[in-house]
Design a protein around this ligand. Structure first.
Ligand SMILES: NC(=O)c1ccc[n+]([C@@H]2O[C@H](COP(=O)([O-])OP(=O)(O)OC[C@H]3O[C@@H](n4cnc5c(N)ncnc54)[C@H](O)[C@@H]3O)[C@@H](O)[C@H]2O)c1
Ligand SMILES: [Zn+2]
Ligand SMILES: [Zn+2]
Length: 343
């Protein structure tokens, strides 16, 4: 079968043997759509030390089950499924508490430490936990982002403990930030403020009715603008989904006293926490690699029409052109948000 392999230096589209069931809780999925994620680029750039050379990349996908291990009772061959970007056993201390990102037997494995989904078929370990049935009225396209960036956006909104009517500021209007805005609405957010230095992305936030206000901190005094929209208090909740050089600082500066700040972004550099300056502001910081435990709920919300991520797919590429897709994604060609790889 065709597969996109990272050989430690570069990526190549090559031939690989079909995956087989290795464990009773495995499933083999025929991939119908996958996506390229910023984390895939992190691997290629050498920022993911645990990534194994020679693996098939990719962890964001949907597909059809073609083979099942003998212990799997909740899924059937032929089922249309959405895959969780994290592998988790469901039985260890962390899984039992919902903290699946820290599963003692899993974590980010697909497309990192074991072969991932940018191939015609993929083996999914602990598939009884990691695969979620897609409702009949939800298409593969609609379900594509459920197990990774939509879960991450939802996670950011959930960490903020949004109360009805709260003003939520989201720093970064990339795919994750935009998903956070969509999810914040479902938690009852009042006003949503999108913040980015990329005007095109701010335009998207407005066009898709995800934000009420948009600001580019390079063109305004952001703290002052946020005060103007919040009766001079500051944002009730802040989701940091940019990971830029100064965005951690922006996050706590635009938060009102006693706000919750959720940090979903992954930084490449250390950040400063100036406690003397913050003293008395009584802020709550939460950080996280996504605990993607709400896939079923997110699919139900898509099925009901209360969530929609279709707007994120800027272009489709067949698997045979995936090398071009990586290049274009990395270059943010034509202001793309996400690509779907078709099979
Ligand atoms: N915690 C998790 O589990 C998880 C999961 C997925 C992604 N992530 C992280 O979330 C972040 C967002 O992911 P994405 O796919 O949307 O990435 P992205 O790079 O497409 O989006 C980031 C956005 O932040 C903006 N930005 C950068 N610097 C800025 C600055 N100084 N001020 C304002 N805006 C700025 C960019 O213009 C861009 O639109 C990344 O750091 C990614 O690694 C975390
Ligand atoms: Zn990802
Ligand atoms: Zn576990």
């Amino acid at each position: 079968m065709k597969a996109l392999v990272w050989n430690g230096e570069k990526i190549e589209l090559t031939e690989r043997p079909f995956p087989v069931i290795q464990h009773p809780r495995d499933a083999i999925v025929k991939v119908t759509l996958s996506s390229v994620c910023t984390s895939d680029l992190h691997i290629i750039r050498g920022f993911v030390p645990k990534a194994k050379e020679g693996i098939v990349l990719g962890h964001e996908f949907v597909g059809e089950i073609v083979a099942l291990g003998s212990d799997i009772k909740n899924l059937q061959i032929g089922d249309r499924v959405s895959a969780n970007c994290e592998t988790f056993c469901g039985e260890c201390y962390f899984c039992k508490h919902g903290f699946i990102n820290n599963c003692e037997n899993g974590g980010w494995m697909l497309g990192c430490t074991i072969d991932g989904c940018q191939a015609e078929y993929v083996r999914v370990p602990y598939a009884d936990r990691g695969l979620t049935l897609i409702p009949d009225n939800v298409s593969y396209k609609q379900a594509l982002f459920v197990g990774d960036i939509l879960s991450s956006g939802y996670f950011g909104a959930e960490l903020c403990e949004i109360k009805e009517g709260n003003t939520v500021a989201v720093i970064g209007a990339g795919p994750v930030g935009l998903c956070s805005m969509a999810c914040a609405k479902t938690f009852g957010a009042g006003k949503i403020i999108a913040i980015d230095i990329d005007e095109k992305r701010l335009e998207c936030a407005l066009k898709f009715k995800l934000a009420d206000y948009v600001f580019n901190p390079e063109n305004c005094n952001l703290e002052e603008e946020i005060k103007k929209c919040t009766e001079r208090r500051g944002a009730d909740c802040v989701i940091e989904a940019a990971g830029g050089n100064n965005t951690f600082e922006l996050a706590w500066k635009i938060a009102r006293p006693n706000a919750i700040i959720a940090i979903v972004a992954m930084y490449e550099k250390n950040q400063t926490l100036p406690l003397p300056q913050m003293y008395g502001k009584n802020l709550i910081f939460k950080t996280g690699g996504v605990d993607a435990i709400h896939c079923e709920k997110l699919l139900e919300m898509i099925s009901r029409g209360s969530l929609n991520t279709d707007f994120l797919i800027s272009k489709e590429y067949p698997l045979s052109e995936i090398l071009q897709a990586y290049k274009d994604f990395d270059a943010k060609k034509d202001n793309c948000l996400k690509f779907a790889i078709t099979y």
